[in-house]
Ligand binder design. Structure first.
Ligand code: FAD
Ligand code: SIN
Length: 547
């Protein structure tokens, strides 16, 4: 992996001041932050290795991006290989191809060869996939963009995430060694003698410390930084911001993946319209009714996601119409209702019958390929800190994630991180850390207004298409907001989320500004320069007075 460090963004070490001698503590061998797929799997893995685990999550246990996953989980299983000619190696090649030359080939192979174990782990914890209970007992497989084979398992048609998160929730709650604290917002990682020893968190108006021998960050992505996004409200980049403030190295943040097909209907939520629908034969059409994707890629509607999103944006510009259409009408009502029940039902509520009507769709921010750099065991660059899932940058996704590889990565890397955290964990002992209190932020700060401005700016200037001038403007505006409007200590979660998003949007924008050539999801309209085939990395500049 060739790394190209760029200048870090200066920021305070913590979101607020505190004195641990005056804070109530909770102790555990392993602290896990986040209860999506990566956090639940890491917690189970550490507990199955006889460690006491504390799991903090900022909402309810199931609230996560994981819960909304539709298409499924990519995995090559033994029987599938024999039947269809697929293989781990083909999956590796599709992943490398989608990743635009920036995947870490060794890591990719290492992760994908464990896909059968990932499915076994999920089944062991109660997860069932479509098709398993019928006929041959084999799971039904679908296809998505960039996959040359049908290799995606799914559940309840288009509700794979709900099945997975429900099963893991039950398993976590039943495990005697796991303590769960819902509505516990992690603010910052605590470090002593260069090692992460837990985190500061907020629950019901109080600040607490959670102390542990090792900490697994599994806080997911940052899609809420963009005005148009498939992500639920929890996806505010908190973990990435916390890790950066604590001194972990982050990488590839410019690679935000835009999902091509989100419902685009005034007054309706930006519901994801799964790529599996195209995998089963639905076709993208422009305003003139032309099926246009063959003009952009030989794989047409099943080209990798970055190419489909960029093709749609070009069609929108050329036709001067605000969205394109997805036509699934030829698939038939009975089939659509049974195979895509969530989408069928949700669109029916808005008067759209997808067996008759075309679906208005548009790209939106979906998956953050970059994050906290980790090795194969999930170790970050700071001792005591592990990362897994969307917050991490393992090298699997490169410049553009292959569809349905992230749920798989969440299981495999969550397992590795949980096992390793258990091996290196244990009660950290007595800790005495304090940080002088910062001046309070202005009481006049209008958080919703600043958040709207940030999200609009990110969509306009750091969206699917980017250029030097737009990125420079975004860097200046966001830097100003962070250093002036939102500076100082706040007292509530909406404010901390805003501060985290301001920091993460600076990491994304600074890397997008530095990478002057297009690559994967990062499309620079203004340059045809050679790609820098290196990873951009950033580490917070050390400031002795503040660490
Ligand atoms: P998440 O599942 O997002 O979980 C993060 C957890 O961290 C949450 O519990 C959150 O509350 C918690 N958290 C965050 N900040 C804090 C904090 N400060 N303190 C405490 N807790 C915190 N991928 C696929 O592979 N296949 C698919 O079919 C698929 N479909 C998708 C559909 C949609 C609509 C979306 C949005 C994503 C989809 N993805 C899919 C992507 C995939 O769902 C995510 O990448 C993956 O679920 C991330 O898992 P995670 O455990 O890393 O994070
Ligand atoms: C989808 O179902 O289209 C989303 C799959 C993914 O993000 O991997």
């Amino acid at each position: 992996m060739h790394l190209h460090p760029i200048d870090g963004i200066a920021t305070t070490r913590y979101l607020l001041g505190f004195d641990l001698r005056r804070k109530p503590h909770l102790d555990a061998d392993v602290l896990v932050i986040g209860s999506g797929i990566a956090g639940c799997v890491a917690a189970l893995a550490a507990a199955e290795n006889d460690r006491e685990v504390l799991l903090l999550t900022k909402g309810e246990l199931q609230e996560s991006n994981t819960r909304y996953a539709q298409g499924g989980i990519a995995a090559v299983l033994d029987d599938q290989e024999r039947d269809l000619g697929d293989s781990i190696e083909q999956h590796v090649q599709d992943t490398l191809q989608a990743g635009g030359g920036l995947c870490d080939e060794l890591q990719t192979r290492e992760i994908l060869k464990q896909s059968a174990q990932a499915i076994t782990f999920l089944r062991r914890h109660g997860c069932r996939f479509d098709g398993e209970a019928t006929g041959t007992g084999k799971a039904d497989l679908t296809r998505e963009g960039g996959h040359r084979f049908r290799r995606i398992l799914h559940a309840h048609g288009d509700s794979t995430g709900a099945e997975i998160s429900q099963s893991l929730r039950n398993a976590v709650l039943q495990h005697p060694l796991i303590t769960v604290r819902e509505h516990s917002f992690s603010l910052d990682l605590l470090k002593e003698d260069g090692r992460v020893v837990g985190a500061l968190y907020h629950r019901r108006g109080e600040i607490y410390a959670a102390l542990a021998g090792s900490t697994v960050l599994a806080t997911g992505g940052c899609g809420r930084m963009w005005r148009e996004t498939t992500n639920p409200t929890i996806a505010t980049g908190d973990g990435l911001a916390m890790a950066y403030r604590a001194g972990a190295t982050v990488a590839d943040c410019e690679f935000m993946q835009f999902h091509p097909t989100t419902l685009y209907l005034a007054g309706a939520a930006r519901l994801l319209i799964t790529e599996a629908m195209r995998g089963e034969g639905a076709v993208l059409k422009n305003h003139a009714g032309e099926a246009f994707m063959a003009r952009y890629h030989r794989d047409g509607d099943l080209a990798p996601r970055d190419i489909v999103s960029q093709g749609i944006i070009a069609e929108i510009r050329n036709t001067r119409f605000p969205h394109v259409w997805l036509d699934a009408s030829h698939l038939g009502q009975d089939y659509l209702r049974q195979r895509f029940p969530t989408i069928f039902g949700s669109l029916q509520e808005f008067g759209i019958d997808i067996s008759r009507d075309w679906i208005p769709v548009h790209p939106s921010a979906h998956y953050h390929c970059g994050g906290v750099i980790t090795d194969a065991q999930g170790r970050s660059t700071i001792s005591g800190l592990f990362a897994a899932g969307e917050v991490a940058c393992t090298g699997l996704h490169g410049a553009n994630r292959l569809a349905s590889n992230s749920i798989l990565e969440g299981v495999i890397c969550g397992l590795q991180a949980g096992i390793q955290a258990a091996a290196e964990g244990g009660f950290p002992g007595r800790i005495r850390i304090s940080q002088d209190h910062y001046p309070a932020a202005s009481s006049k700060l209008d958080i919703p207004d600043l958040l709207r401005s940030l999200r609009a700016m990110m969509w306009r200037n750091v969206g699917v298409e980017r250029d030097h001038d737009g990125l420079s403007t975004a860097l200046r505006s966001i830097g100003f907001w962070a250093d002036h409007q939102a500076r100082g200590a706040l007292e509530h979660e909406a404010g901390w989320e805003l501060q985290n998003m301001l920091l993460v949007s600076q990491l994304v924008t600074a890397m997008a500004h530095t990478r002057t050539a297009s690559l994967g999801t990062h499309l620079r309209k203004d340059s045809h320069a050679q790609n820098i085939s290196a990873h951009l990395t950033m580490t917070r500049p050390e400031r002795a007075d503040n660490d």
